[in-house]
Ligand binder design. Structure first.
Ligand SMILES: [Mn+2]
Length: 303
């Protein structure tokens, strides 16, 4: 089966494809063009520890995407980026490692087509696989991870598991990236805080810091050189905007904060992007619409 996925519908404005060779020919003609993207949903939530339900995240995001116009008046831009929605990964519920292996293979296939990955969660454990895939094409020591989250996700083992939504940034840090920049953090264990403080290549901006000293974050993002992997846990938002997440925490960032920072990041060399932890079974709810808008804004701005 293609990408080991099934098809629950497409993200709005996804290009149709009839033949993978057509996609390859198109991306080969523009080898340095960072505007060719492939979407894969990962409906996996087996390591969720509070609100489960993010297995329905990809379907809720796609459904909400149909509420937007192709032209974005606030950016004065049309969504013209070339992207293909390949449906949802066939996950192995209850098995984080096997699901991660399936996802790594699927992202390998995306990269071989010349497409950069957009991964829709699912919970946060899914972020490790795209980075493992990308590190086969890029030097991992050159990649900066920009991580929006209420939580550091730097625990070594959580509930006895190395593969978990709560340990994913620790696993990514162990791959030796250039730097991990964490934005919106307002929940961590002492172990995680100490780990962050004892590693020079982990930069943590707490939620208060973001709210009251926004220029520091903007300057940090503007100064990044080289490839960037972007991981957005939707719990980075204040629950007033995005309540339907696995682990909501008060005092988060606003959609306006995200717009400003996305505007800076999309001028950089982003090579992969994931959006995780949407946990809703209500079509069209505000959390799903905010999630879909981030993907839509990303695709509008990245080209
Ligand atoms: Mn989180």
């Amino acid at each position: 089966m293609l990408f080991n996925t099934h098809d629950p519908g497409k993200f709005a404005f996804s290009k149709h494809y009839y033949d993978l060779e057509d996609i390859k020919a198109l991306t080969k003609a523009n080898p340095n063009n960072l505007s060719n993207w492939g979407i894969i949903g990962v409906p996996f939530d087996s390591t969720s520890s509070y609100h489960s339900g993010s297995r329905l995240g990809p379907i809720a995001i796609r459904e909400a995407s149909n509420s937007f116009e192709k032209y974005d008046i606030s950016y004065n831009r049309e969504l013209i980026t070339n992207f293909y929605d390949f449906g949802d990964l066939n996950v192995v519920h209850g098995n984080c490692r096997k699901t991660s292996e399936n996802l790594e293979q699927a992202v390998d296939e995306l990269l071989s087509l010349g497409l950069f990955p957009i991964i829709l969660g699912g919970e946060h454990s899914i972020s490790l696989s795209p980075l493992k895939s990308l590190s086969k094409e890029y030097d991992i020591n050159d990649i900066t991870i920009v991580h929006f989250d209420a939580h550091m996700d730097m625990i070594d083992t959580y509930q006895g598991e190395k593969c978990s939504h709560a340990t994913v940034m620790r696993r990514i840090h162990e791959l030796s990236p250039k730097k991990i920049v964490q934005i919106g953090i307002r929940s961590a264990s002492l172990e995680e805080d100490n780990y962050g403080l004892s590693n020079d290549n982990i930069e943590v901006f707490t939620s208060n810091y973001l709210n009251y000293a926004n220029e520091h974050v903007k300057d940090e993002l503007a100064s990044i050189n080289g490839p960037i992997y972007l991981s957005i846990d939707l719990d980075v938002f204040d629950p007033i905007y995005v309540p339907a997440v696995g682990n909501p925490i008060p005092n988060g960032i606003s959609p306006n904060d995200m717009n400003q920072l996305l505007g800076i990041l999309t001028k950089k060399q982003i090579i992969g992007f994931d959006l995780v932890e949407l946990s809703t079974n209500t079509l069209g709810d505000r959390s799903a619409i905010t999630a879909a808008k981030i993907v839509y804004d990303f695709l509008t701005l990245i080209n």
